[in-house]
Design a protein around this ligand. Structure first.
Ligand code: B12
Ligand code: SF4
Length: 507
């Protein structure tokens, strides 16, 4: 076949999935970046990228029928799998080749191909641009399918996976230290005009509706996500609930960072940038290099970045201020030192959380925080400490937004790995000093969740709670409500991730 048109859709959250504070306010950059590389490598192909999180499903269905793409690519998260499958079925009926990517596809690729005929390919790459471009080349008959990086597909001998570098070595400029430092320069600056203008207007409207009050006296002209660094210093010992697939530290050059900012200013008048670097505090040296390379004529872009309490120092805060950071996303996780050490590691503590929050408050930097309830060994007392910490944060006017949710054991995270491997769970419990509270249920987990592609995330969270938490499920839900309703009463934006609205119940 000759591929003439590609439709890329970030699937929106399935019905009933509870909203997080930032849902619909920042763009799904993945599909835009994929579209950019496709246009560069295959200039004759028509490409459209849309975000299903803010585009009604009927509109996407209409687009699918009118555009009639040869290839339909869908970005799939655990919380959007139902919508993604519906799109794949419609695409298949219309004769398109279908390919899934993003976190759910990476974690569940083999199961998806085993259970879902409507899905032809799964791309398990963290950096998916070059894989998708190579897939289009393979469909055009220009290269073998076996050469497409991190692609999963059916063969007469079973499901194959091409374990190949996701960024082709020839795309990486420089060598040695420079290679690691600038590896993400291989990803071109996204052409944000490949996503419809209506999507960009919706992000801006949603953002202003939720956070406009924090920008009094200033004109916000556009919001965007950008991603010029990935990874986290905890790569060898991640937080137990962290489901991010590849935590190795990778960067773009500072020049590329600013080229990306400038392009977004020109293309969609962006003035607010969500840099999705998983942990910006993990590399103050890179932040400093970016600050030093700041062009004089770049204006006043404002940044929202991920940071860790344990890595927050006065020097880092000063670097953030010079960069233009106005808000940080900090996974505070708990208000109880014992729980913080179990969930994250020895450097974390309630005092460290408080210290980091004070430093940001003094610097006038807003905080988006989240709390995870029901970690291993959670007790009613530790839960209470976390609820009290939530109130302290709000009373001290430190929070632009505060989320709370029961722990979801992502199958890509250590917590999910323990469910799939009960012996490992027992060994870790012994080493880290927490108990297995329901041995029989733990032993049933691999059979219950090990081969299906349809995981009910409320149920798996409840099972987790029964096995690992002394505080019961109802107590976790009550604590979630206590934190969220206090936030709402005080005018703080709030939300909960990876749980359905029906399970959460009304406020
Ligand atoms: C920024 C961000 C957001 C933003 C923007 C939304 C978005 N969809 O990107 C906001 C704040 C709005 C958001 C919302 C949500 N998010 Co979010 N978010 C992120 C974050 C921090 C970065 C994503 C990003 O922009 N990366 C940069 C871009 C360039 O890369 P990318 O999106 O990963 O895409 C690349 C690859 O995945 C792949 N790829 C992606 N799609 C496709 C499609 C095809 C066909 C192919 C071939 C490849 C491919 O190629 C892309 C380019 O390299 C990630 C964490 C992380 N580090 O990935 C979490 C993350 C993706 N979010 C997550 C969740 C749970 C959510 C919510 C469901 C929250 C909720 N309500 O419960 C919603 C979902 C909304 C939705 N359906 O889009 C989880 C997903 C977990 C999972 N296993 O499914 C993550 C991994 C964080 C985590 N560990 O908990 N999120
Ligand atoms: S949750 Fe954040 S701090 Fe923890 S390992 Fe993942 S990226 Fe790093």
């Amino acid at each position: 076949m000759k591929v003439r048109s590609v439709l890329l859709v970030n699937a929106g959250s399935d019905a009933d999935v509870s909203s997080i504070a930032n849902d619909g306010t920042f763009p799904a950059l993945g599909v835009v970046s994929l579209a950019t590389v496709l246009k560069r490598d295959h200039p004759d192909v028509d490409v459209i990228a849309v975000d299903g999180q803010i585009t009604p499903m009927e509109e996407i269905e209409r687009l699918l029928a009118d555009f009639d793409p040869d290839v339909l690519g869908v970005g799939v998260l655990a919380t959007s799998y139902g919508n993604a499958l519906r799109l794949a079925e419609l695409g298949k009926q219309a004769g398109a080749v279908t390919v899934f990517g993003n976190d759910q596809a990476t974690a569940m690729g083999e199961r998806i191909l085993r259970h879902r005929e409507a899905v032809d390919y799964v791309c398990a790459a963290d950096v998916g641009e070059f894989a998708l471009s190579a897939l289009v080349g393979a469909l055009d008959g220009e290269r073998p399918i076996e050469s497409v990086p991190e692609l999963l597909y059916r063969t007469p001998g079973g499901i194959a996976r091409n374990h190949l570098p996701e960024i082709p070595p020839e795309e990486i400029k420089g060598s040695g230290g420079a290679l690691r430092a600038g590896v993400l320069d291989a990803i071109p600056v996204p052409d944000r005009t490949l996503m419809p203008g209506a999507n960009w207007s919706s992000y801006l409207d949603n953002y202003l509706g939720r956070y406009g009050a924090f920008h009094a006296g200033e004109t916000v002209t556009g919001v965007t996500t950008m991603n010029r660094a990935r990874g986290c210093a905890r790569v060898k010992s991640p937080c137990h609930f962290c489901g991010i697939m590849d935590l190795s530290l990778r960067f773009s050059s500072p020049e590329m960072f600013w080229a990306d900012v400038r392009a977004a200013q020109e293309q969609i008048s962006a003035s607010i940038f969500y840099e999705a670097f998983d942990s910006m505090s993990s590399s103050p040296r890179w932040v400093q290099a970016v600050v030093e390379a700041r062009p004089d004529d770049i204006g006043e872009p404002k940044f929202f970045v991920y940071t860790q309490a344990a890595e927050t120092t006065p020097r880092l805060v000063e670097l953030y201020r010079r960069l233009g950071v106005y808000r940080v996303n900090m996974g505070l996780e708990a208000g109880d030192t014992r729980m913080l050490k179990v969930l994250k590691g020895p450097r974390d503590s309630l005092e460290n959380n408080r210290r980091a929050c004070r430093l940001f408050k003094e610097a006038g930097i807003l905080i988006h925080g989240s709390l995870v309830l029901g970690g291993p060994g959670e007790t009613p007392e530790s839960l209470d400490n976390t609820v009290r910490f939530g109130r302290w944060l709000i009373d001290n006017e430190m929070m632009a937004s505060l989320e709370a949710q029961p722990l979801y054991p992502d199958f890509g995270a250590l917590t999910g790995t323990w469910l799939m491997n009960p012996d490992l769970a027992r060994q870790v419990a012994k080493e880290r000093g927490f108990e297995i509270l329901d041995e029989e249920l733990l032993d049933r987990m691999p059979d219950k969740y090990g081969s299906t592609d349809l995981v009910d995330f409320d149920e798996v969270s409840k099972d987790w709670c029964t096995i690992f938490s002394h505080a019961g499920w109802d107590e976790l839900i009550d604590a979630t409500h206590a934190i969220r309703s206090y936030a709402e009463r005080c005018g703080t934006v709030t939300g909960s991730g990876r749980i359905t609205q029906s399970t959460l119940g009304s406020q």
